[in-house]
Design a binder for this molecule. Sequence first.
Ligand SMILES: [Zn+2]
Length: 313
Amino acid sequence: MYILVVDLGGTQIRAARCTPDGQMEERVAIPTLAAQGPEVVLDRIRQAIRMVWPQEGPVTALALSAPGPVDAHRGVVRFTPNIPGWKDVPLRDLMAESFGVPTFLANDANLAALGEFRFGAGQGVRDLIYLTISTGIGGGIIIDGRLYEGGQGLGGEVGHMVVEPNGPLCGCGGYGCLEAVASGTAIAREARAALERGASSLLTGMVSSPGEVTAREVAEAAARGDDLSRRIFARAGTYIGLALVSLMYLFNPALFIIGGSVANAGDLLFDPMRQTMRERSQRVYWENTPVVPAALGDDVVLLGALALALERV
Ligand SMILES: [Zn+2]
């Protein structure tokens, strides 16, 4: 028997055919063609699924991941920032109708949490919180071995916790969300602004204009000892640490797992996170709450979709 998993992204649709023990037998990646409109994207998803459909043997479930807010209870993608025209798309039921197998849908960061729980750094733990720090910040909450989805299935959006009341505008319309001050986008924005003010930094020699700086260059410069870049990472890590303090008091997780491309900066980000937890919370909390890097790479969302199907079938 097989479970087919799909990761819908703004530029790529990835799909894989999995066995229940987590082996991926076949995988494909095709362009989303988001600019060509919602119907084209739906057809691309169907095409990706057909490409990994087995020649023989039953398909027991289809599990789908989508970016942006997903009403996981109704199986509806509320909207996706990177796919124009997608609003309240009943993706789960559309695919269930097309393929006639039990179908599940969740938000990509929620699924990454489930993937790390079942196959990655969270194995053996019942309660954990996962954060992904990349262009944006997302996350997922596992309580007693299950993904927590919330009243409307929209839960786990740790990136929109407000950590700086008068902070910069966030993509969600709020101000001072964790994502607005600690994401890769925020790190790049801080660096560009400092360079434009004339700050001296190794970054100046790495790009031809401040506008080209991304979080990756800031991480590289910080690793080479650049003062400005180190301060920018320390600030982002401190904000993430503040969010972890609140989450720690609310949920008392056994483990925090931090993934996403910006987390590859390692200690540059993890040291200020852990230090903030020690400074801003009681010992009984922080000394029993490890913060560890994610263990799964690019496949984390696909593996999370597999874990969701295994949990629900
Ligand atoms: Zn926000």
